[in-house]
Design a protein around this ligand. Sequence first.
Ligand code: ADP
Ligand code: MG
Length: 693
Amino acid sequence: MYQLQDSVLLVKGIGANLQKNLAKEQIEQILDLLLFLPLRYEDRSSIKSIIEIKNLTTSETTLANSTENQKVKTNFVTTFAKLLKFNEYRKGRLLISRATIYDGTGQINCVWFNNKFLKNRMIVGQSFFFSGNLKDDTLMQATVEKVAEDAEGIHTGRLVPIYSQLADFKQGNLRRILAEIIGKLHQAGNFEQIFHDLHFPESIDKIIAARENLALEEIICLIQKSQQAKKEHQKKHAIFSLPTSIKQKHIDSSSSLPFTLTAAQNKAVEEIFNDLQETTPMNRLLVGDVGSGKTIVAAIPASTMVENGQNVCLIVPTKILAQQHFTNLSKIFKNISFCLINSDVKQELSSSTTSEGVFYIGTHSILNRLKKINPSLVIYDEQQRFGVKHRQLDEYLDKNQNQPHLLSMTATPIPRSLMLSIFSHLDLSYLDQMPNSRKMATTWFIPKSKEKKAIEWLAKELLGGNTTGERKQALIICPFINPSSYGATENVAAVKDSLELLKKELKTIYKKLNIKQDSQLEIDVLHSQLNKKQQAKVIENVYKQKIQILVSTPMVEVGVDLPNADIIVIQSAERFGLSSLHQLRGRVGRKGQESYCLLFSSANSDSQDRLQKFCQEKDGLKLAEIDLKNRGAGDILGYQQSGLNNLHFASWTNLEIINLAQKKLMTEPDYHSPLQDYLEKVNSQSTIQTATN
Ligand code: ADP
Ligand code: MG
């Protein structure tokens, strides 16, 4: 019998070696292993003979494909067959493998792309299970498993989970070990059922129900954590509170701004000032769409703190942002000292920490110096991600009985109801109004057939410049760096391919419009495989308008301010949640200029509807709510798009589960979820990872 907290070493089939390797992946207890969830499931409930596969009508496959559920590939077929022929060849960067398999009823071809591991396993004459998508009588990208024919029950004849690589487990071994554990799970309450349904599901509905149960546990933990944080926080003391007489001051200082604050900004400034006068330290979250003007809202009270002899830290996700804020704010607040800190600027701080306050602006590297700086106010700009505070900051805040005031800022559109129920320890300010000068980009949905035309339009816009003679700029966003990193080839726009294609199309356009070499457009790429220096260089070049088209992964979503960008093209737009699309759209037209967002997509009509809606809707919060209704839109695509990336099982969208969690805590306030320790552990790991920006 096994219990959730037992060491994996107790499991039959796991020896000391495997245990060591699992520990490297933070899998120590049986619970950790059970929470290693399948990436997806394949429906191998009926193994078909090749003749049956060939006779499948298309209507059957498309019908199955249209079911709502996310992680089950229902248009898959499974067959057990012998390998007749196998060969592979290269076509450019693409590795193509082809096989012919047969089973007595007939033969069929298989194709794989960029699967360099196949060759060693594919031994002619041996039999395998092949599960793949049927297209034009060819089995595409099939998973290949060598399994004894009588292993029915674990690997075939059901919805079979597919896991990502874990330690040195083979898929089959991992399944067998999980079967062993789940069969003998003891004292795990309803988790016995949950884990059974996640790893050995009888139906898709059961998978969904089980995942929802995990989500419920997670939300319960979050609410409890928030309640705890609130209690702790109320015991703390602010290092410094502004005297109450100070209020008039901000009204005076805001009159020297280059613009007038919106009503929403004024209200938020007011709320922050009120907090700063309290003896309990502020713990406030400022929520506002990209471009809603959060920086100045934070900077006004911050400058007042500095004038009162206090140190203040503004922590931002990138060096470029730090530089931008440093330049802009020191222009606006001329009478206070600013200091820029990032990993390159190693400034000795002792000399500047005199009785005069300093406004420190920098990246996470400020965190190493918090002790020295001893700020009375810390402003943490989380941009598109919420809840990824650096552990160092948490520890710094935790240890000190006397604490700085804390203001977090996020552009993640979090509905109020969600905040009130889950993050009750945070006070909220919303900027639900855009500065007047800022127009949201006009958004168009571009079907596949019109992409060429759209590129031509784009080129003409960029070549033409505008009336003031400034060069226009465009961003082209692709979801992935190269096709193989996703494993699929269809419809996946990739930066590198996209760049090639674009260059080709531009060539034709230049010819047509008779554009000479020296007036052609400058193009560059940005993605995370470039090192930080290269990235900074590219962004600088865009900033200085040396580059007119930037082809990029969604990394520009995270806080790069490119005020000159006018047009954004988002490829494979259906792969993004609406909130993410909205963040991307907010990247253009930052100076208030006319701007455009073009959504490229060749997806099915459901996705098209969603994207059409997006073209009409300009309100980030409303879009977030639509995302919520399409529960887990980001999950379907297998990567997190919500911006709330500290959730493991829940999707923020599910208000029903949040209500359930609240009810449960009403009747059982001391409920201890078995997931609690696990979540603490993985959360502390993920904060480390996100701090590398
Ligand atoms: P975000 O909320 O995305 O951080 P920023 O603080 O960077 O937005 O502001 C975006 C731009 O809008 C900046 O150039 C800023 O100077 C400008 N801005 C902020 N508030 C106003 C306002 N009330 N009127 C006009 N422009 C404003
Ligand atoms: Mg900002």
